[in-house]
Design a protein around this ligand. Structure first.
Ligand SMILES: C[S@@+](CC[C@H](N)C(=O)[O-])C[C@H]1O[C@@H](n2cnc3c(N)ncnc32)[C@H](O)[C@@H]1O
Length: 190
């Protein structure tokens, strides 16, 4: 039996098809607006939204340092990055689906500073999964969102408890409600 990845022809990554369908629907709601994905790796999650953004004339910004994460998987990332040019794989995977999102190959927090306040419709965060990084990303990217914009991300899981802790800390300090699902996604409206 072929693996799910092979059946769907998706890049290697950690994103489930049902998560991708939800993410693509949210990108569609952004219309011809501005979508930012933080943490792209080889473009698995990006593959769900890049064609939607292209077809709608939306600006898709892809932010990744391609230096791996500072969470519990740091050593795994370092090994994988030493074995392969992962950014090149991302570019190839985007070209294969006829998409050319704008790439910001830099640290997420620095990238967030280059977006004007209220200029973004959807920010999707899937970078380092430790609590402090999740919180720092939320604090950095929330101001870039337009009122009513959507802040969402991956990866609510027992293996990465820092994600839920970071989201919860961000929201409880501001009296915001966040929601979970589908699968390992979290999201909140600004
Ligand atoms: C979980 S992977 C992303 C997976 C991807 N969304 C997918 O569907 O396969 C995390 C990515 O975040 C990037 N990353 C981690 N911390 C970062 C930071 N501070 N700034 C920019 N990129 C970061 C890593 O280089 C890595 O490519």
């Amino acid at each position: 039996m072929r693996s799910l990845d092979t059946q769907l022809d998706l890049p290697q990554g950690w994103f489930l098809p049902e998560e991708g369908r939800w993410y693509a629907a949210r990108a569609a709601e952004a219309g011809a607006g501005v979508v930012v994905e933080v943490g792209c790796w080889k473009g698995r999650s990006t593959s769900f939204v890049a064609p939607v953004c292209r077809d709608n004339g939306a600006a898709l910004w892809c932010v990744d340092s391609w230096r791996g994460s500072r969470d519990a998987y740091a050593e795994d990332y370092a090994r994988l990055l030493a074995e392969e040019d992962v950014r090149a794989a991302f570019e190839r995977n985007m070209a294969a689906i006829g998409c050319a999102p704008t790439v910001l190959a830099m640290d997420s927090l620095a990238a967030a500073r280059s977006f004007a306040s209220g200029s973004v419709d959807l920010v999707f965060i899937d970078a380092s999964h430790d609590e402090e990084s999740v919180l720092a990303n939320l604090e950095a990217w929330a101001p870039a969102l337009r009122p009513g914009g959507l802040l969402a991300g991956h990866d609510l899981s027992e293996k990465t408890p820092g994600v839920e802790r970071g989201v919860e800390r961000f929201c409880s300090a501001r009296g915001l409600n966040w929601r979970r699902g589908p699968a390992r996604l979290w999201h909140l409206q600004s």
